[in-house]
Write a protein that binds this ligand. Structure first.
Ligand code: NAD
Length: 476
């Protein structure tokens, strides 16, 4: 269903589309297929609701977000199960995602009350300067399928806290999770028109409406660099404000003084999280030559012990890929690497036994001896493959790590404080984990440099993305 102006309704076209479970291929729901006209109606509702919502006190908006937090936590288990069915991640990971998603409601319920202004020194004795921050207006948001709940709250919570209204188009693979998030928002008592949801099987016309409708002041997008770049061009032509969270190609660097077994544990946990379908997933593991053998043995053992399957079953640590093209891309990258001389340490094929052929499962894979000629070296995999590359010295690995147009996340393992600081400063990435595989939280700014995006989500930076700065000059 579409959620427009405070009501659940069908699409104007009367059409709907099927949603399937990527682990079993079974249909799990039928969702109204929103059209461009539906998006325009939602934008009108959001534009109309803006005046009243933006003029509420921050305390009143905060109350609604607090209620949304409480409701999402009450519904955590049901939401997590739905996410596992619709997106495929193991239930434990889905529960963690719901917590992370709810955290954005809580954090921005508080940040709503911290939007301060400034009084500045003025050049004339009879002049006073005052700066205030006001909501940008109606926000058009587009979100991906890989984190189908938290990617929504990471946008909706700060936008609503700032006093903006929003129209959101979720990914076509995961509209059911999006509907449940909007049920939470509805039940939290959000006024009609403030938050609107347009699921669709055909994203381009909705995207075009969002980037061209004059009522939309800002576009916020999370997804591929390719689609983000296209939408950014269209939005810029219409002078919309922009935030983009795009692809990544994270280096994971293990220096000679690090414990190779501990680093391999971290590598296995972060690489195979969400079946490698995370924008901050490590895509190149640079390991110092002196400890590479030990690292590889430990990594191989851990990865070889992972069990793939339906995430609702106990003991499953790796779910399916989202669809057939993703499976083909992963397999193509692995075959290309092996053909060009990489060693396959474990995995390397589609999983089909015990009913897994009904889903898009690929065995968790470790490759060593990866070189720049291989496709996997320079292209985001978005799948369960760990490519390991040996290196000799610090300057060499720093320039290899930075030699990409992506700049989202990077990871470093070392016990040497000075080296850690040099890496933190030298890596051209927006998020750096030093001996830390999870440098993310609602309180922390998340986002990338270079072609990985523009702007930040989370933290105090996250609400600034939805605010305009206004200067007042007063002559007294
Ligand atoms: P995608 O760009 O194809 O899809 C993302 C969203 O864009 C979906 O809602 C989709 O419906 C929509 N979309 C697709 N074509 C569109 C069009 N022409 N007009 C308007 N909307 C359109 O990306 P994907 O393959 O589904 O997601 C994976 C990518 O997302 C990866 O590159 C990953 O790194 C990136 N990602 C980034 C972050 C981040 O925070 N930086 C988080 C999650 C995913």
């Amino acid at each position: 269903m579409l959620y427009i102006d405070g009501e659940w309704r069908g699409a104007r076209s009367g059409r709907s589309f099927e949603v399937t479970n990527p682990a079993t291929g079974e249909p799990i729901g039928d969702v109204a297929d929103g059209t461009r006209e539906d998006a325009a109606a939602a934008i009108s509702a959001a534009a109309e609701a803006f005046a009243a919502w933006s003029q509420l006190t921050a305390f009143e908006r905060s109350d609604t977000l607090h209620r949304a937090y409480t409701l999402m936590m009450e519904r955590r288990e049901a939401l997590a199960r739905l996410m596992t069915e619709e997106q495929g991640k193991p239930l434990r990971a889905a529960r963690n995602e719901v917590q992370y998603a709810a955290d954005f409601f809580l954090w921005y319920a508080e940040e709503a009350k911290r939007v301060y202004g400034d009084v500045l020194p003025a050049p004339r004795p009879d002049q006073r300067f005052m700066v205030l921050h006001q909501p940008v207006g109606v926000v058009g948001a587009i979100t991906p399928w890989n984190y189908p709940v938290s990617m929504i709250t990471r946008k909706v919570a700060p936008a609503l806290a700032a006093g903006c209204t929003i129209v959101l188009k979720p990914a076509e693979q995961t509209p059911l999770c999006a509907m449940e998030v909007f049920n939470v928002i509805h039940d939290a008592g959000i006024p009609a028109g403030v938050a609107n949801l347009i699921p669709t099987a055909d994203p381009a016309p909705i995207g075009e409406e969002l980037v061209s409708n004059p009522h939309v002041a800002k576009i916020t997008f999370t997804g591929s660099t390719e689609v983000g770049t296209m939408l950014a061009g269209r939005a810029a032509a219409n002078m919309k404000r922009l935030s983009l969270e795009l692809g990544g190609h994270a280096p994971f660097i293990v220096f000679s003084d690090a414990d190779p077994v501990y680093a391999a544990k971290g590598a296995s946990l972060v690489k195979f999280l969400n079946t490698g379908q995370a924008c901050i997933s490590p895509n190149r593991m640079y390991v110092h030559r002196s400890i590479a053998a030990e690292f590889l043995t430990a990594l191989e053992t851990r990865v070889g012990g992972m069990r793939a399957g339906n995430g609702l079953e106990d003991g499953i640590s790796i779910g399916p890929l989202v669809d057939a093209p993703s499976l083909e891309k992963v397999d193509r990258q692995v075959k290309d690497a092996v053909a060009k001389g990489a060693q396959l340490r474990t995995g390397g094929s589609r999983l089909t036994s015990n009913g897994l052929d009904r889903g898009f499962f690929y065995s968790p894979t470790v490759l060593s001896g990866v070189t720049p000629e291989m496709e996997i070296y320079s292209n985001e995999t978005f799948g369960p493959v760990a490519p390991v590359i040996e290196f000799e010295d610090e300057q060499e690995v720093l320039s290899l790590a930075n030699d990409t147009h992506y700049g989202l996340a990077a990871y470093v393992y070392t016990e040497d404080l000075r080296l850690a600081m040099r890496m933190f400063e030298g890596l051209d990435y927006g998020i750096i984990g030093i001996n830390d595989i999870n440098p993310t939280a609602a309180a922390a700014p998340f986002g990338g440099m270079k072609h990985s995006g523009i702007g930040r989500e989370g933290g105090r930076e996250g609400i600034a993305e939805y605010l305009e700065t206004k200067l007042g000059g007063f002559s007294i």
